[in-house]
Design a protein around this ligand. Sequence first.
Ligand code: FAD
Length: 141
Amino acid sequence: MHRLAYLSKNEIESDPVILKNEIQEILTISRVNNSRHGVTGALMYNATCFAQVLEGPQDAVSATYERIQCDPRHSNVVILDYSAVDERLFAQWSMGYLGVESDASREFDRLTENIGADPAKLKSDQIFNLLQQHMLEAETA
Ligand code: FAD
């Protein structure tokens, strides 16, 4: 079992309707593909960035990540963490998602507001913990 977390720069047009539609499309395909391949995880985004965690069998996580990183809807994909793990953090989520109005999203906005075009400037542990903490809260709610 492996877990991968990355950050990337959001390249989707900032028009809220277009952004919302693209996110919906990403979530729909993600849930189909990830369920099929035994991958679970969580996704968070704002107008600037994406943060995502993928977990599952190593081959499936790698193949999913390879596909995602070629997607022109984001760029500057930076891996924050890729390691062997004993168990899943997001077992119930083929692709959990934090909506734009949540407290976690506002915290994500604060953390990402000054990164400009360079996601590597973000503090990876903060982002990873934020995603983990809020998805676990949602899972147990
Ligand atoms: P196809 O649907 O055949 O598309 C071919 C190419 O076009 C791919 O490179 C694809 O990335 C790109 N593409 C597809 N739709 C669009 C579009 N509307 N605009 C621009 N380019 C497009 N997929 C998963 O399976 N699991 C995930 O967890 C997952 N997470 C994602 C997270 C983010 C932040 C992003 C941006 C994408 C994510 N995707 C995820 C989608 C993934 O990148 C692929 O689009 C999807 O898996 C379909 O892959 P495919 O090879 O069948 O591509």
